[in-house]
Design a protein around this ligand. Structure first.
Ligand SMILES: Cc1cc2nc3c(=O)[nH]c(=O)nc-3n(C[C@H](O)[C@H](O)[C@H](O)COP(=O)(O)OP(=O)(O)OC[C@H]3O[C@@H](n4cnc5c(N)ncnc54)[C@H](O)[C@@H]3O)c2cc1C
Length: 408
């Protein structure tokens, strides 16, 4: 059996669903989204769902500013169309306790030209916004009125629904097992249920993208690191809670979910680095719990700021494998030397925030060869040449780049 499309997207996480939708929005007629499992069951299923102005925090440029702002409007419009995915424009709050050094609140966020909607808040106002602090422990924070929170898995499903409403085709439980070549061009994909031919193929397979790129002899310099989230039982957390970050506690982040707290933090123990230079397993369901325990330790330490983190009794957990790059910027664009093949990935744990904009950017590159939402050059998958030959070298370059950005 052989099928034909104008464009194929491989991978139905938030980046693939967004790419497929944006290809339709840009007028591509026959777009097929192929997903190995069910939609949004990979890293997206574990996504925290904070959507905010991450760009100034991580030292990124006007390109990410534009991509993030596009995403805020995009999610709001999708929700206005009646899609339910827990979207709320709560804004983002970076808070600090009275014991934290002042530099824990990145000044870059207070650049009035770049982020006019950001302002300093004192402890009382931080508590008014969040409603979950021990106000006596707090110094205050920076509140950014844009952005908000959503449920990442439901958001990806909503994007896919909008894609099919526009005539796109979703084919689940259909893994791509090979890429069809004609000389230097990719002209389709191989699957166990037959070939699909197309002029353009976009790989959006998240932590599994490099397995597919191996078919054309290219390796995108990305490293897969495990990230973990914990969700408590209902604790009376208000749904208006802004997307919350307390950098002094290992970059703790949190949002409300079902009246409980959905939270995570950085951790350096296993399973964080389990797949740095190992193949990524197809599922993340059976990983060591050390990272979960460490996240809970961080949560307990933060309980002096957020008492609810000290009194929950049950928790569920989810793991994902964001793909990180050496300069912490995404990988969106054409694969060097291979006509017709593109990728969208290197999410750096911001794929929900950047999903709409990255999907639009790669769709623009497919249809016009140029970025419209933002300049595509900083995201070129070929930008590193062969500078980072393995996962370990990317992981160490990335942590230096991130530390430098956050400390200004
Ligand atoms: C704990 C945690 C918290 C996070 N918090 C946030 C946050 O607050 N804000 C934010 O912006 N981001 C956050 N992220 C990051 C965000 O979740 C990811 O950036 C995003 O989900 C990545 O989406 P993706 O589409 O690239 O990958 P995935 O969701 O993994 O999708 C890839 C898809 O490709 C499919 N696939 C793989 N191989 C094949 C094949 N051969 N054929 C067909 N299909 C294939 C997979 O089955 C999968 O569905 C968080 C991530 C984690 C883990």
């Amino acid at each position: 059996m052989s099928e034909r499309a104008d464009a194929i997207v491989v991978g139905g996480g938030i980046l693939g669903a967004s790419t497929a939708l944006h290809l339709k929005l840009q007028g591509v007629e026959r777009v097929v989204l192929l997903e190995r499992d069910g939609l949004a069951q990979g890293t997206t299923a574990a996504g925290g769902g904070l959507v905010g102005m991450a760009s100034p925090l991580l030292g990124w440029g006007p390109e990410e500013d534009a991509i993030e702002r596009y995403g805020f409007g995009f999610y709001a419009e999708l929700a206005d169309r009646g899609h339910e995915f827990g979207w709320r424009q709560t804004g983002m709050l970076l808070a600090a306790t009275a014991d934290a050094p002042p530099e824990v609140l990145p000044q870059a966020l207070l650049d009035a030209e770049r982020v006019p909607e950001a302002r300093r808040v004192d402890a009382a106002e931080a508590q008014e916004l969040a409603g979950i602090f021990d106000v006596d422990a707090m110094a205050g924070g920076i509140y950014v009125a844009s952005g908000g929170r959503l449920r990442a898995q439901e958001a990806a499903l909503a994007l896919a629904r909008r894609f099919t409403e526009l005539g796109g085709v979703v084919d689940e439980r259909r893994p791509v097992t090979g890429l069809l070549r004609d000389g230097d061009s990719v002209v389709g994909v191989e699957t166990p249920r037959g070939r699909v031919h197309a002029e353009s193929v976009v790989l959006a397979a998240g932590p599994w993208t490099n397995e597919l790129l191996a078919h054309v002899g290219f390796r995108a310099p990305m490293v897969v690191l495990i990230a973990t989230r914990v969700l408590t039982e209902p604790l009376g957390v208000p749904p208006t809670l802004p997307a919350l970050m307390l950098f002094e506690f290992d970059y703790l982040w949190a949002r409300e979910e079902g009246g409980g707290l959905l939270f995570g933090s950085n951790y350096e123990c296993t399973p964080r680095y389990a797949f740095v230079d190992e193949p990524t397993p197809p599922r993340f369901s059976e990983l060591p719990i050390n990272g979960v325990l460490q996240t809970q330790v961080v949560g307990k330490a933060a309980a002096r700021a957020i008492p609810a983190l000290g009194r929950y009794e049950t928790a569920t957990v989810a793991h994902g494998g964001p793909a990180y790059t050496a300069d912490t910027r995404g990988m969106v664009g054409a694969i060097p030397g291979v006509e017709g093949l593109f990728m969208v990935g290197g999410c750096n744990e911001c794929g929900v925030t950047h999903g709409p904009g990255f999907g639009r950017l790669v769709a623009e590159l497919v249809t016009t060869g140029r970025g419209g939402v933002a300049d595509a050059a900083p995201f070129d998958p070929g930008r590193f040449g062969d500078r980072y030959p393995d996962g370990a070298s990317i992981a160490s370059a990335r942590s230096v780049a991130e530390d430098h950005a956050v400390s200004g």
